[in-house]
Design a protein around this ligand. Structure first.
Ligand SMILES: Cc1cc2nc3c(=O)[nH]c(=O)nc-3n(C[C@H](O)[C@H](O)[C@H](O)COP(=O)(O)OP(=O)(O)OC[C@H]3O[C@@H](n4cnc5c(N)ncnc54)[C@H](O)[C@@H]3O)c2cc1C
Length: 337
């Protein structure tokens, strides 16, 4: 396998940060993993990279970037109600979504147009518009970089949570996912919990939306709200939506009429990080080439020449003001390297 040296990562991350990696190996065949790992010195730092749409590089990387490019989408089993689809970890996520839409397999249409790879989807249990990966996840396979062996994980072992999984915690950068299998429904399964999707269906007077209409509506909403990383560097939401106690929620609600909260099973309330950031006056604010996006304060953007450190500094200042104004500590959603 070819290992490139001293390579710029600018085109490998959607923030467009121009740092260098000492080595970069593109893995397109899972049978080559053992060869790659055994060629590395034990103390070589490793970072597994998919599409780089949830990663902020803040400095040159003095190790090896393993860029996952394993392809292939296959139906591996089915019954009357469900189909099991196995996808290579390097497949572009939206390509997989399009495959399922074409075949009328329900389950990931609400996750249309999320950038990145299939292999990264379980890492933070991607979610949008009322759906999360964990609801359709069946199993995944990968390579344990410490034990040098292949291993499979079923749902119960993945410890999925809100933008969380075991792969973002104890297995972070120690387990290379090579394929993911999803269990999708062959029968219509509309998820209309997100009000703007419902509103759009009503506006268009669609009585029985098809899977492709749902996907199209979601793509249009996303395009109207989020910056396209091909035109403006960004990595989507920079922070997670915080969960606060009922007491704190009620006291904030008293002060701010427009605060919305969603109660979870532990009686905590998830509130919008974007709302908090906006209330602190950051929406649309720009320092040098870093800014909080004018249509969605939670998305930080790179107007061209921002460094990873510039973006991190900007984010830290946002975090500080939210803490000062609301006594809430925002937690980063993205991976900072
Ligand atoms: C415009 C925009 C909108 C977005 N909207 C959403 C959204 O609605 N919902 C949402 O959840 N996310 C969203 N994101 C974030 C991002 O797209 C997802 O988190 C996506 O799953 C990241 O995929 P990636 O391949 O680019 O990950 P990368 O940035 O390459 O990697 C992310 C993490 O996963 C690890 N990783 C990647 N591949 C593997 C692998 N094969 N094995 C083991 N570890 C791996 C990396 O080491 C890193 O820790 C958005 C991003 C952008 C730019």
């Amino acid at each position: 396998m070819q290992i490139q040296k001293n390579i710029s990562l600018k085109k490998y991350n959607t923030f467009g940060i121009d740092v260098k990696a000492k080595y970069l190996a593109e893995l397109s065949d899972e049978s080559k993993i053992t060869e790659l790992i055994s060629s590395l010195k034990e103390n070589t730092d490793r970072y597994i990279l998919g599409g780089g749409s949830n990663t902020l590089f803040t400095k040159d990387f003095d190790g090896i970037i393993i860029k996952n490019s394993i392809q292939g989408i296959k139906n591996i089993d089915e019954d009357e109600n469900f189909v099991f689809i196995k996808s290579g970890a390097g497949v572009n996520w939206h390509k997989l979504v399009k495959y399922t839409i074409k075949n009328n397999y329900w389950g990931i249409e609400n996750l249309s147009l999320i950038p990145g790879t299939v292999g990264a989807a379980p890492i933070q249990n991607i979610g949008a518009y009322g759906q999360e990966l964990k609801k359709v996840f069946y199993k995944l396979k990968g390579f344990d970089l410490q034990k040098n062996e292949f291993k499979s994980f079923i749902f119960d072992k993945c410890k999925f949570g809100y933008r969380e999984s075991i792969f973002k915690k104890e297995h972070k950068n120690k387990f290379l996912i090579t394929s993911v299998t999803l269990k999708l429904s062959k029968k219509e399964n509309l998820i209309l919990t997100y009000q703007p999707v419902k509103d759009e269906i009503d506006r268009l007077k669609i009585s029985k939306p098809s899977i492709s209409q749902i996907s199209e509506i979601i793509c249009n909403i996303r395009r109207s709200k989020l910056p396209d990383p091909n035109k403006l560097g960004n990595a989507g939401s920079f922070f997670k939506n915080p969960e606060i106690s009922e007491q704190q929620y009620l006291s904030l609600k008293n002060e701010f009429d427009d605060l919305k909260g969603f109660k979870n099973e532990f009686n905590n309330y998830k509130i919008s990080a974007g709302w908090l950031i906006e209330k602190c006056g950051w929406k649309g604010k720009r320092t040098g080439d870093v800014a909080s996006f004018e249509k969605q304060a939670l998305v930080l953007v790179n107007y061209g020449n921002a460094t990873g450190k510039d973006i991190l500094y900007f984010a830290q200042n946002i975090k500080k003001s939210v803490k000062e104004k609301f006594d809430i500590t925002l937690e980063e959603e993205i991976n900072i390297i």
